[in-house]
Design a protein around this ligand. Structure first.
Ligand code: PLP
Length: 460
């Protein structure tokens, strides 16, 4: 006999440990049973708009039977075999080839992982490997940014720039250095006349010089921050970052786990600024979350370093599921859907509608400190107690989580980041990243529901 809804909830609370686990947040778990397009349905039959594409990943929307068919067809042939060197699969080879066609034109090699944190782990190890192969074994440090989210395995967690993720797991891995990010609304360390991008890029250069360029392997950045606040950089930032990294022989790792695969209206987000990384991490949208998959892409110089070391110095890095044939087959079909439906176009068009809608709904609101968006379907509203001073609401008022609950009541599911202290720490942020198939009518409902939810909490 299948479990009843009430029995499922009880078994969940008793036995299932969730990401970011705490029972306080699991008193009334929503159990999702179905999804179609941008709409998901819970076990009680209630529909919600998926305001965050699952977890920023269901780019092609829910319920794509083509992806089920692609998985089933591959499983019928051969679901899995080792991808360790010397053995390979048609889906893994084909996907690597396709990704190189789609990505920045300097990308040349692809290594597959099962998700974003594994991708960043692979990126950090590859950066160290590269410098060792070039006879610079002391280049090991990674510079990352405050408010970054790079995953939560120990090394990825150490790159993540949010202390809440560290607290109960310290000490962090040595060699990770954090600098202020480009956060135009609350830029830290600015000199008179500088743009936020100039400040943040200067702080990067100062950090490299302070640490010693001969000890720094890489700088990692999300082109637009995801979980740290959907922070948009100024347009000058990434070109300056690229120049600083090149000047000091520091590899630039772009974490495109969220921003990749049409999310920002381009296949990959650094295209907005005409910048190319040395290593790119990806995950999420590569399969639209239908199966777990991630990876890194690297330049020819890095691939050459891997190919040219002595066998005993090989790139001794591996995962059982690297190049998983079924996951790669689903990814190939997912990319085909994106291309066939030109989803970057809908992402750009609906992203503009979302950003314009949020600006119209929140522009005059006394507590909407910042409304961010405009590059595809990636937007946020940051709430503050006092717009003039950017003072945040006290954490114990739980403004963000309460807005989230009010949105859920009204049929909109998304995530928030609560205020994490006094300015310049972030205020309560509400995130919007619906599937790239979202309709105009659904965008308007997202905006209207968010506005109603804020009114329910703040009274205005
Ligand atoms: C930018 C970024 N990098 C890395 C990760 C980690 O990915 P995963 O949860 O698949 O390990 C995430 C997850 O949200 C992310 O947003």
């Amino acid at each position: 006999m299948p479990l009843t809804a009430a029995e499922l909830v009880k078994a969940d609370q008793d036995h299932l440990i969730h990401p970011l686990h705490h029972p306080i947040d699991n008193a009334e778990p929503v159990i999702y049973v179905k999804g179609r397009g941008s709409i998901v349905t819970d076990i009680g039959g209630r529909d919600y708009i998926d305001g965050l594409s699952g977890l920023w990943n269901v780019n092609v929307g829910h319920g794509r039977t083509e992806l089920a068919d692609a998985a089933a067809a591959q499983i019928r042939e051969i679901a899995y075999f080792s991808g360790y060197v010397g053995s390979s699969s048609v889906p893994a080879i084909s996907l690597a080839n396709r990704l190189i066609e789609l990505a920045y034109d300097n990308m040349y090699g692809v290594f597959f992982t099962s998700g974003g944190a594994e991708s960043n782990e692979s990126a950090f190890k590859t950066a160290r490997f590269y410098w060792k192969a070039l006879g610079k074994p002391d280049k090991v440090k990674v510079i990352a940014r405050q408010n970054a989210y790079h995953g939560v395995t120990l090394q990825a967690m150490s790159a993540t720039g949010m202390a809440a993720y560290w607290k109960m797991f310290e000490p962090r891995v040595p060699g990770f250095v954090h600098i202020p990010t480009c956060y135009p609304y609350r830029q830290q360390g600015a000199k008179p006349g500088e743009t936020a991008g100039q400040t943040a890029a200067r702080l990067l250069e100062e950090a490299i010089v302070r640490e010693g360029a001969d000890t720094v392997a890489a700088f990692i950045a999300e082109p637009i921050h995801g979980g740290g606040g959907v922070l948009y950089p100024t347009d000058d930032y990434f070109p300056l970052v690229r120049a600083v990294c090149t000047k000091h022989d520091v590899l630039f790792i772009a974490d495109e786990v969220i921003t990749g695969f049409c999310r920002t209206g381009q296949w990959f987000a650094l295209t907005h600024w005409n910048v190319k990384p040395d290593i790119m991490s990806f995950a999420k949208g590569v399969t639209s979350g239908y199966l777990p998959l991630g990876g890194i892409m690297v330049t020819k110089a890095i691939k050459d370093a891997m190919d040219n070391v002595k066998p005993e110095d090989r790139w001794m890095h591996a995962y059982t599921y690297s190049g998983h044939p079924t996951c790669c087959a689903v990814a190939l079909k997912n990319l085909e859907i994106m291309e066939r439906e030109r989803l970057w176009e809908n992402a750009a068009k609906m992203g503009t509608r979302l950003h314009d809608g949020l600006k119209a709904a929140f522009g005059g609101h006394p507590n909407a400190g910042d409304v961010r968006g405009g590059k595809g379907l990636l937007a946020a509203v940051e709430l503050v107690e006092d717009k003039a001073t950017k003072a945040n609401f006290a954490g114990d008022r739980k403004i963000g989580p309460r807005v989230q609950a009010e949105m859920a009541k009204r049929g909109l599911m998304t995530r928030v980041r609560p205020a994490s202290g006094a300015h310049p720490a972030n205020g309560d942020q509400i995130f919007f990243a619906p599937p790239l198939v979202v309709t105009g009518e659904e965008i308007d409902r997202i905006v209207g529901t968010a506005r109603d939810a804020v009114k329910a909490v703040l009274g205005t």
